[in-house]
Design a protein around this ligand. Structure first.
Ligand SMILES: *[C@@H]1O[C@H](CO)[C@@H](O)[C@H](O)[C@H]1NC(C)=O
Ligand SMILES: *[C@@H]1O[C@H](CO)[C@@H](O)[C@H](O)[C@H]1NC(C)=O
Ligand SMILES: *[C@@H]1O[C@H](CO)[C@@H](O)[C@H](O)[C@H]1NC(C)=O
Length: 374
C-alpha cells in the first residue's frame, strides 16, 4: 500500500516526556511476524522515542547493520537450538566472528544471551549445555579482545523459583540449584548480569479473584510488607525481582546485578486470559516507564536502578499460543501505537532511497488535495 507512508504517524500525545525514555528503558524487538516495518524504519522510530537499548532474540544482520552509528546498544541472542553447538569453543569463536565482531564498533553490542528460558522446558541436554556454551563464548570473546565490552548471560523465566512470596523466601527450584550455582559463579567471575523475564500479568491471569489488580498495575494500593525483612512493596514486579535477589543471595552471590530482560502486559487475550486489555496494558507499561524514569531500585536494592527491557516493541502476528502472545506490542506493525501510553514516536514513512522519498512526497501532496476536495 503506497498510501501508508502518508498517514503521518506522528503521535503527539500527552504524558511522558521523551527525556524520560532517554534515561534508559530498553525494548525487546521480536520479529516473529510477517508484517513488520524494515529495520531502518524501526531505527527511525526508536530514535524518535529516544530509546537506546534494544534486545533481539537473534543476531539479525539486517537489524545490526541498520542500527550502525545510531548509539543504540544491543543485546543479541543465541537461540536454544544453537546452544549445543556453541559449547564447542571453535564454533563459539566462529559464531562471534560471523555474527558479532563484524558489526562492532559501528553497532554497539553489549550483551549476548545464550538461550531463552531454558529451565522452563524439560530438555536436560540443553540445560547441561548452557554453562559450557556460556564459557566457550566468554573465552572466545577474550580471544577477540571483546570480553570487556560484551557480557554473556541467559534469560530465565520466573519458573526457576520454587517460592517467590514473600520476597525474602525466594529460592530456586531444588532440582535446578546445582545448575544455577554454576551460572551464578559464571556471572561473578565474568561480571555479567543475571537476567529475568518477569510478568506480574501471569500471576494476575492465573488468579484474578485474589491478586489485587492495582498491586500488579503499579496503581495506588495497600501494598504488602515482607514479614521477615519489614520491607514494603507497592507493586508485584519489585516483589518478584527481590525474590530473585534473595534466591541468588541464598546461593552465595549477593553481589550480582539482576536485570529484567522482559516484562510487559498484553493488550488483548482470549476469554480465559483475565486482564489482557488495552486499558490494563496502558496502565502497566505507562506506570512501569515512570518507575524506570525515576531510576528506582527494588526495596532490597534501592540504590541499584532496575534495568528493564519492555516486551515488546511490536505485536507479532506469527507467535504461537494464546491470543495474548501476539498482543504484547506497544506498537502495531504499521507504526501506530497499540494503545496510548504517552509515547511520542514517528515511524519514518520512507526507506532511505531518494526515489521512495519523492514517491512519498507525491503521495502526500496528492492525498492532501484529495482531503481538501472531500
Ligand atoms: C550444529 O553443528 C552441526 C555440525 O557442524 C551442523 O550440522 C548443525 O546444523 C548445527 N546446528 C545448528 C542448529 O546450527
Ligand atoms: C516438565 O516435566 C514435568 C514433569 O514430568 C511436567 O509436569 C511439566 O509440565 C513439564 N514441563 C514442560 C515445559 O514440558
Ligand atoms: C556487564 O554487566 C555488568 C554487571 O551487570 C555491568 O556492570 C556492565 O555495565 C555490563 N557491561 C556492559 C558492556 O553492558
Amino acid at each position: 500500500m503506497a498510501y501508508t507512508p502518508c498517514l503521518f504517524l506522528v503521535l503527539v500525545l500527552p504524558g511522558l516526556t521523551l527525556q524520560a525514555l532517554s534515561l534508559g528503558v530498553g525494548i525487546n524487538y521480536g520479529q516473529i511476524a510477517n508484517n513488520l516495518p524494515s529495520p531502518s524504519r524501526v531505527a527511525g522510530l526508536l530514535n524518535s522515542l529516544s530509546i537506546s537499548k534494544v534486545k533481539l532474540y537473534d543476531a539479525d544482520p539486517n537489524v545490526l547493520r541498520a542500527f550502525a552509528n545510531t548509539n543504540v546498544e544491543f543485546v543479541v541472542g543465541i537461540g536454544n537450538e544453537l546452544v549445543a553447538n556453541i559449547t564447542d569453543p571453535d564454533k563459539a569463536l566462529q559464531w562471534l566472528t560471523t555474527h558479532v565482531q563484524p558489526y562492532i564498533p559501528y553497532t554497539k553490542i553489549t550483551c549476548i544471551t545464550v538461550g531463552n528460558e531454558i529451565f522452563s522446558g524439560n530438555d536436560t541436554t540443553l540445560i547441561t549445555n548452557l554453562v559450557p556454551a556460556m564459557q566457550s563464548l566468554h573465552s572466545a570473546l577474550q580471544t577477540l579482545g571483546l570480553s570487556h565490552q560484551v557480557n554473556i548471560s541467559t534469560a530465565h523465566s520466573l519458573m526457576v523459583l520454587s517460592t517467590s512470596y514473600p520476597p525474602s523466601s525466594g529460592t530456586f527450584k531444588p532440582d535446578i540449584q546445582e545448575y544455577m550455582q554454576s551460572i551464578l559463579n559464571f556471572h561473578a567471575e565474568t561480571n555479567s548480569p543475571f537476567l529475568i523475564n518477569a510478568y506480574p500479568y501471569f500471576a494476575y491471569k492465573d488468579n484474578p479473584n485474589n491478586v489485587p489488580l492495582n498491586y500488579v498495575l503499579f496503581q495506588p494500593n495497600e501494598g504488602v510488607v515482607d514479614p521477615v525483612t519489614g520491607l514494603s512493596y507497592d507493586n508485584m514486579l519489585y516483589a518478584q525481582i527481590d525474590a530473585v535477589y534473595n534466591a541468588i543471595k541464598t546461593l552465595g552471590h549477593p553481589e550480582l546485578e539482576v536485570k529484567i530482560s522482559e516484562t510487559g502486559w498484553p493488550s488483548k487475550g482470549d476469554e480465559n486470559e483475565a486482564g489482557a486489555t488495552p486499558e490494563n496494558a496502558e496502565i502497566y507499561n505507562g506506570n512501569l516507564l515512570k518507575r524506570i524514569e525515576m531510576g528506582q531500585g527494588t526495596p532490597m536494592r534501592p540504590d541499584v536502578p532496575l534495568h528493564t527491557y519492555v516486551f515488546a516493541l511490536f505485536n507479532e502476528d506469527l507467535k504461537p499460543g494464546p491470543t495474548s502472545e501476539r498482543n504484547y506490542g506497544l506498537y502495531n506493525p504499521d507504526g501506530t501505537p497499540a494503545y496510548n501510553i504517552g509515547l511520542n514516536g514517528v515511524l519514518p514513512g520512507y526507506h532511505s532511497g531518494s526515489s521512495s522519498k519523492v514517491r512519498t512526497g507525491l503521495w502526500c501532496i496528492l492525498s492532501l488535495i484529495i482531503a481538501i476536495l472531500i
